[in-house]
Design a protein around this ligand. Structure first.
Ligand code: NAG
Length: 234
């Protein structure tokens, strides 16, 4: 703005000096003689200004470029930060999912027999001691693997000897019979146990079924129980 005003004033002085009116002839003559070097000055000033303008233009362009580079760099850093944030979140979720362990005994309270039945039934271990990761469902008795990995399971069954009713329970992975813990005795109290390590895919279901015609007992000692945990992800 200041430059423009200064520039206009110079032009005005110049036009006055080159286009004198007849009425002011004498004064103008005087002015012309006084301001003889004006055109040269203006040209010099204009040249200087043009040079300075060009320099400023270059400087602005450089600054713009610098600025653009900074913006690009910042954007790249922001993207990298976002990526790292997402990765941390993912790792957090993964480490949470890696914590899987449950332990439960058959009856919620009191004592009593379960069985015999003519067919296998899924045993629902209702007294939950530990259920980290909630992979075991105490309403259905079914454990669902949250991640691919090696899992260890063990089950202990207790009962009283009876000629036609074994103490027996079989571990199933989805529809597949894995291992059977079985004991049949003529007298006394009977216990049977079994354990296994399984490679499970996410969503695989593991449960314990009472063997057909088997009869088991659970009481204050919680002698019929089922436990499992994730050993490691694969
Ligand atoms: C599970 O039952 C067995 C007997 O069948 C018993 O020896 C063991 O102590 C029980 N485990 C727990 C944690 O109660």
């Amino acid at each position: 703005m200041e430059i423009m005003v200064f520039f206009s004033l110079l032009l005005l002085v110049c036009s006055v000096s080159t286009n004198p009116t007849e009425a002011d002839n004498e004064i103008v003559d005087q002015q012309i003689s006084n301001q003889q070097p004006c055109p040269q000055d203006i040209h010099a000033v204009l040249r200087e200004m043009a040079v300075s303008l060009a320099e400023q233009k270059i400087e602005i362009r450089t600054l713009k470029q610098d600025n653009q580079e900074h913006v690009t760099k910042l954007e790249r850093q922001m993207t990298e930060l976002e990526r790292q944030k997402a990765e941390i979140e993912h790792l957090k979720q993964q480490s949470k999912v890696k914590q899987v362990a449950f332990s439960a005994s058959l009856l919620e309270g009191g004592n009593g027999y379960t069985g015999p039945f003519n067919v296998q039934i899924t045993l629902v271990f209702r007294r939950v001691i530990t259920n980290i990761g909630n992979a075991y469902n105490p309403q259905t008795g079914i454990f669902i693997a949250p991640v691919r990995g090696a899992y260890h399971f063990e089950w202990h069954l207790h009962g009283h000897a009876y000629k036609s009713h074994p103490i027996a329970g079989v571990l199933f992975r989805n529809g597949e019979h894995i291992f059977l813990a079985f004991e049949l005795q003529a007298s006394g109290t009977v216990s049977t146990s079994c354990g296994t390590s399984l490679l499970l895919e996410p969503g695989d279901q593991v449960s314990l079924r009472l063997w057909a015609h088997a009869r088991i007992f659970d009481g204050v000692n919680h002698d019929t129980n089922f436990s499992g945990h994730l050993l490691f992800t694969v």
